[in-house]
Write a protein that binds this ligand. Structure first.
Ligand code: ADP
Ligand code: MG
Length: 680
């Protein structure tokens, strides 16, 4: 029988009365199966003893001592027992027995005891109010499991109940993991695990058992994920992952006629990586199961063009594509580029956001429904109610990390509605924020991954400098020099307008100052999220054509904005931004043939740690390194919208901490699926 199948109510256990029954219920424990999978959160090592004098050196002290006296303090119901003990070295300590008056009778003066507890110095004595006490004759040198508890239930009680359950029912437990997998991965059986968790012989044993449970959690997850991929796409996700990916030879590059025509008209040639990825995608589009591919490439590596070429291939097959961008600004820019690159070869483009007015909107929607539009580009409005497609075959998601997992699921659902046979549409997600390997194996584990490693020819890496607040004049002088060469610049601030007495520079305030004092005579404009959409568009248009020379902004320009003539990115209060955000902002420059610069101006009182954090950007332009560093500093919660979605619900496992186990479990799960499929 599997552990979770042991449905015997805990009330059948000896020693579980109505009170403990209620307490266990509050923890969600109703059956013996629940009880035995209530894993300890830690173990207290009582195999050694310390003297009371050592109380400051250790979190939990295990001491043998003699009870010297009983005292009471407080009045009435607040009366509290205090037991004074003395160890063999003569050190005295006090045990404050809140709500435990019964200890007076159990441990009379003169009894030999072993005390386990957390002691500190208080009112001139060594004291503890959170301790365990037992008579020396009963105390065993062992590892004691520490459980999560609920009011009224003590660890000692719970330990007794669990140990009883374990000895009565432990023997009949079967392993969920197939024996062959346990053997190859050197994992104990479930029966052994239960024993090793609740009554380990050593700390190593407890750790081995924990590891096995983590493996099991990952295995179940990866097995389900692999099965789903098998059912929906007829194959397992590729095991190769971004960091270990080998750049395959650009084996026979296969382009469609329309793709070739588009490429011929471009003012540049595609990089090998771009060509390879387009070929991979073409291959996916030819196969029977829908594509589910993640395209990674650092900022400026040319992912948009790959997306356009994929959409062109779909248009050739009379299918429709939808390109989703996280902001209107970016969606607008994609629409303009698509119009320039794709319309001349006869592809019909439309732009759809929530802001499009009623009349234009209804015409657009009917054209979309009738199939007169090949590619629609926009924000999440693309997937709102009332938008219907004739034949939506490809969904492209740009800057996918901006969307939560659930949002992605909703989009795919919409695609299914809009496809003729209610199939999943092909899916291509793009991201400049590299997904660390561990997440690639879990949250994004059912995707194939393509990587663009090389930048377009002639790109020079952006040079990054750090400057302390107060020294920004030098930075301004440098920018002035670039402006004199007809280049353009971004200035980015953490706030739109002044707040709290203006301790931080804001975009509004600095726009005034830059225009009037620092760069008089040079046109600048302000852009941020509160400016209406059509105005934002006009501002971007003027910046792109060069009539505006300086763009003063908040992080709205973080994603995707593409103005090759801009060579300076100045970010003030840089310590206020995440590393990945800074890398994205920096990616706004270095997009043309000219050398570009990024200046990170940080506040004067920044800590050494904060400064080292910023130095990562000075040292590398490799987005992978920066993302890993960001992950290390912030923890995984922010990556890929996992937290909002509650997508990962592991009990013991942590995909980042336990990355090695995850990988092992994934390999094992996939090999099992393959075996099962062969024997069908
Ligand atoms: P990202 O990968 O960050 O989305 P984009 O697709 O915005 O990058 O491309 C950045 C810039 O590089 C654009 O101006 C684009 O036209 C240009 N570009 C794309 N591919 C090439 C190439 N092979 N050679 C030169 N420039 C390119
Ligand atoms: Mg982009």
């Amino acid at each position: 029988m599997f552990l979770r199948e042991i449905q015997i109510p805990v009330s059948h256990l000896r020693g579980v009365g109505p009170t403990s029954l209620n307490q266990l219920k509050r923890l969600g424990i109703e059956t013996v199966g629940d009880l035995l999978s209530w894993w300890p959160r830690d173990w207290d090592d009582r195999t050694s003893r310390q003297s009371l004098a050592e109380f400051e050196r250790t979190k939990s002290l295990h001491s043998e001592a003699t009870v010297m006296s009983h005292d009471w303090f407080g009045f009435g119901r607040m009366r509290t027992l205090k037991i004074t003990i003395q160890d063999d070295e003569g050190t005295m300590a006090e045990l404050i027995c809140f709500n435990r008056p019964f200890l007076e009778k159990q441990y009379p003066v003169g009894s030999r005891v072993v005390v386990h507890g957390n002691f500190h110095w208080k009112y001139g004595s060594i004291q503890s109010s959170s301790f365990d006490i037992e008579l020396e004759q009963h105390a065993r040198a062992e590892l004691v499991p520490i459980y999560s508890l609920t009011a009224g239930l003590t660890n000692t009680q719970l330990r007794k109940i669990i140990s009883r359950a374990s000895s009565e029912y432990g023997r009949g437990i079967d392993s969920e993991l197939p024996q062959r997998i346990r053997e190859t991965c050197l994992l104990p059986s479930k029966q052994e695990i239960v024993k090793m968790m609740h009554a380990p012989a050593s700390l190593e044993e407890a750790q081995t058992a924990t590891r096995a449970l983590i493996f099991e959690e990952f295995f179940v997850f990866e097995y389900a994920l692999g099965k789903r991929a098998m059912e929906r796409r007829g194959k397992l996700p590729e095991l190769i992952q971004p960091e270990s990916v080998k750049i395959e030879e650009p084996a026979s590059i296969q382009l469609s006629a329309l793709q070739k025509r588009i490429i011929e008209r471009l003012p540049f040639t595609l990089t090998d990586d771009q060509l390879r990825v387009v070929s991979q995608i073409n291959h996916d589009l030819d196969s029977v199961s829908p594509m589910a591919r993640l395209l990674q490439g650092d900022v400026g590596s040319g992912k948009t063009l790959v997306a356009f070429l994929a959409a062109a291939a779909i248009a050739e097959r009379n299918g429709q594509s939808a390109l989703l961008a996280p902001t209107e600004l970016l969606a607008r820019q994609h629409a303009e580029n698509a119009a320039r690159i794709l319309e001349p070869v006869g592809i019909r483009i439309a732009f759809l956001t929530g802001n499009i007015k009623a009349t234009g909107r209804s015409r657009l929607l009917s054209e979309l429904a009738e199939g007169h539009i090949d590619i629609v580009i926009g924000t999440h409005a693309l997937f709102s109610r009332g938008v219907t497609y004739r034949n939506l075959s490809l969904v492209l998601i740009d800057e996918q990390h901006r969307f939560g997992v659930m949002q992605r699921a909703a989009i795919i659902e919409k695609g299914r509605e809009g496809s003729p046979e209610h199939q999943d549409p092909h899916l291509l997600m793009m991201s400049a924020t590299p997904i660390p390997r561990t997440l690639a194996l879990s949250v994004f584990g059912d995707l194939d991954v393509s990587v663009i490693r090389t930048m377009p020819l002639g790109r020079k890496p952006v040079i990054t400098h750090l400057a302390r607040h107060g020294n920004e004049k030098k930075v301004y002088d440098f920018v002035r020099h670039e402006l004199a060469q007809q280049r353009q610049a971004y200035f980015v601030y953490p706030l739109i307008e002044d707040q709290d007495g203006g301790s931080l520079k804001s975009a509004e305030m600095m726009k005034e100052k830059l225009e009037k004092e620092i760069f008089p005579g040079i046109t600048s404009e302000l852009i941020h999220s509160r400016i209406p959409e059509d105005e934002q568009r006009a501002i971007m248009h003027r910046f792109r054509e060069g009539s505006t020379r300086i763009l003063v902004a908040t992080s709205v320009v973080e994603v995707g904005v593409d103005v090759p003539n801009a060579t300076c990115m100045v970010i003030e209060h840089a310590e206020r931004f995440g590393l990945s955000a800074l890398h994205q902002l920096r990616g706004r420059v270095g997009r043309g043939p000219h050398q570009s610069w990024c200046f990170l101006v940080y506040s004067g009182n920044l800590t050494e740690y904060g400064k080292n954090r910023l130095k990562v950007l000075h040292e590398t332009t490799d987005g992978f390194v920066i993302a890993e560093e960001d992950l290390r500093l912030r923890g995984p919660g922010d990556v890929g919208g996992i937290q909002q979605s509650g997508y990962i619900a592991f009990t013991l496992a942590d995909p980042v901490r336990d990355a090695d186990i995850l990988e092992q479990a994934r390999t094992a799960a996939f090999s099992l699926i393959l075996e099962e499929n062969q024997s069908l």
